[in-house]
Design a protein around this ligand. Structure first.
Ligand code: C2O
Ligand code: CU
Ligand code: CU
Length: 570
């Protein structure tokens, strides 16, 4: 069986008989109200059975590109029609934790989640994808993902290509493993099917002028060493969370899962020529997923994708005539980037990437030897503090570290400052086997002791398998020891209530499972709430519930309490 899979994978990667297809350019959604409907769908990738997928709105796979303007307030409505719990995380956006779409803000089947937030990020390329604990791999790999482009007034003044789909091209790169029935294996490591914007074997026309590619590595585990045919130089202009101070000329940019880069490619005078966006994966060392296949002990799942350790084409570019008013020059400078000075950090946190044994290659992996625990907040970080996080990778494989809420600047890798092409604001950093990487970041704007933000490895399987932690940002005026005595453990008022019940609960634990059941025993509401140990106080809005009797269940690590609630008739 394994041998057969190998042969199939090999045949696919080397087969030239599949027709080249025009690259799909996802439609855009913009404005102050964005409606997303997530649904089940299917597409034809290979001949034979259709491949089951997830998509947003009219997309059979992936979702629309959201174009957001800095400093505007957007109202998102995300409707969940996939028949399973999901969430939507705005990867890279600096938003309050309740708007962040992490595992603590699930969207139940058929429900609509409507966060509203101000776009505070600089112009750059971000993305969105589900983030339910232990389901992220499956849902994101089935196609639930889309690009976010943030525009701002500083970027608008630069002479950069920004005609979406014309000279400003979204490039969402994924690798997939299909089983013998053409179905996506979300955790498959024999991921030999390359998709760009969901298109298998794609080509695209591009005009003979300066073009901008917004590249997102949306693969589950594969790293790409992007470059062009014949080592044609290009210019990196933006990292994950913003433009660089100046374009950086290079022939390679490594992007690990979750990372983005904006690059300028000068096609001036090349009308009629053909070139490829490629991955020079032969240059990856062993241990960087996508590099040479690691020898697996007998009994382990195969990891030998035919793409491992070789250079391969990703997107064929047919250069055509230039457009009217083309961009023909590379700007000499871009924006002012102000990294946080190292001396402003108040804390250094050491995060060791660990496994049960050094020999483990396929996980599970951990941060500081502990697996993700929904009920445990790993760090309480005072608002406005600047911190250095130091990652020490004690495993044999490279891990892309990602953090929500903030962006960071890389201070150094094994003591060496980052190359100019990696010196901008980022939210994912690849930490190679044995490497030590330090980053610096500032926790501003959103103190909320009840909903945590996540940090995790962006290899989706590692994340789902527990290589994740969570932090809350605390208002720096609040003490940690605010436990008061002598009160009832659980009080709810008013009861009966017209619109909302206010719940107060005393607990020694920092997480609480809150569930509401109707009179027939159906769960109508379920969420985790986080808190500094002490007192929880939160409202439960009952507006959308039918009048009647309900049971509220609160559960922490040590105890379980329930109370009967009444929704009053008007
Ligand atoms: Cu792209 Cu926590 O995720
Ligand atoms: Cu994120
Ligand atoms: Cu990892």
């Amino acid at each position: 069986m394994r041998k057969l899979l190998l042969i199939v994978a090999f045949a696919i990667a080397n087969c030239t008989s599949y027709a080249q297809l025009p690259l799909a350019i996802p439609d855009t959604l913009t404005g102050t109200t964005i409606n997303l409907i997530m649904h089940k769908d299917s597409i034809s990738i290979l001949p034979g059975k259709k491949t089951q997928t997830l998509g947003y709105n009219s997309f059979h796979y992936l979702g629309p590109t959201l174009i957001l303007n800095r400093n505007t307030v957007v109202n998102m409505n995300v409707q969940n029609n996939i028949g399973d719990t999901t969430s939507v995380h705005w990867h890279g956006l600096h938003v309050a934790p309740t708007n962040d779409g992490g595992p603590h803000t699930p969207i139940l089947p058929l429900a609509t989640w409507s966060p509203s937030f101000k776009v505070m990020n600089n112009a750059a390329t971000y993305w969105y994808h589900p983030h339910i604990h232990m389901k992220t791999t499956e849902q994101a790999m089935l196609g639930a993902a889309g690009l976010i482009i943030v525009r701002d007034s500083t970027e608008a003044l630069l002479n950069l290509p920004r005609r979406y789909g014309v000279d400003d091209i979204p490039v969402i790169v994924q690798s997939q493993q299909l089983d013998t029935l053409n179905q996506i294996d979300p955790r498959g490591m024999v991921d030999s099917i390359l998709l760009v914007n969901g298109t298998f074997n794609p080509y695209t026309p591009l005009p003979a002028q300066v073009v901008r590619l917004r590249i997102l590595n949306a693969a589950g585990e594969r790293n790409f060493n992007f470059g062009f045919t014949g080592n044609k130089p290009f210019y990196v202009i933006a990292n994950d969370d913003g433009l660089l101070s100046a374009p950086v000329s290079t022939t390679r940019i490594v992007l690990s899962p979750g990372e983005r880069a904006e690059v300028l490619l000068d096609l001036t005078g090349m009308n009629g020529q053909t070139l490829y966006l490629m991955s020079y994966a032969s240059e990856f060392p062993m241990g960087v997923q996508g590099g040479p296949t690691m020898p697996m002990p007998p009994g382990f799942p195969p990891m030998n994708s035919s793409l491992n350790g070789i250079d391969f084409n990703i997107l064929k570019i047919n250069v055509g005539p230039p457009t009217i008013s083309p961009v023909t020059t590379i700007p000499s400078s871009l924006v002012t980037v102000t990294p946080y000075p190292e001396g402003t950090a108040s804390t250094t946190r050491n995060i060791h990437f660990t496994a049960d044994s050094f020999l483990v290659m396929d996980g599970p992996f951990y941060f500081n030897d502990s697996s993700f625990d929904m009920m445990h907040v790993n760090y309480h970080i005072p608002l406005n503090s600047t911190e250095i996080w130091r990652f020490v990778n004690e495993t044999m494989v490279a891990h892309p570290f990602h953090i929500h809420d903030v962006h960071f600047f890389i201070l150094d890798r094994n003591g060496i400052p980052p190359a100019p092409k990696e010196s901008g604001a980022k939210d994912v950093v690849l930490v190679g086997p044995g490497d030590t990487v330090r980053v610096i970041m500032k926790f501003e704007d959103f103190a909320d002791t009840t909903t945590p933000y996540m940090y995790h490895c962006h290899i989706l399987m590692h994340e789902d398998d527990g290589m994740m932690g969570q932090f809350v940002v605390t208002p720096n005026t609040t003490g940690i020891n605010n436990v008061t005595g002598g009160e009832d453990l659980l009080t709810v008022y008013p009861n009966p209530a017209l619109e909302a019940w206010n719940v107060r609960y005393q607990s020694k634990d920092d997480a609480l499972l809150v569930e509401l059941y109707n009179v027939t025993g159906q769960k109508v509401f379920s969420e985790y709430r986080m808190h500094i140990p002490g007192q929880y106080a939160f409202p439960i809005t009952n507006k959308s519930l039918p009048d009647g009797v309900y049971m509220l269940l609160l559960q922490d690590k040590s105890s379980r309490h329930s109370v009967r609630l009444i929704k009053q008739a008007h």
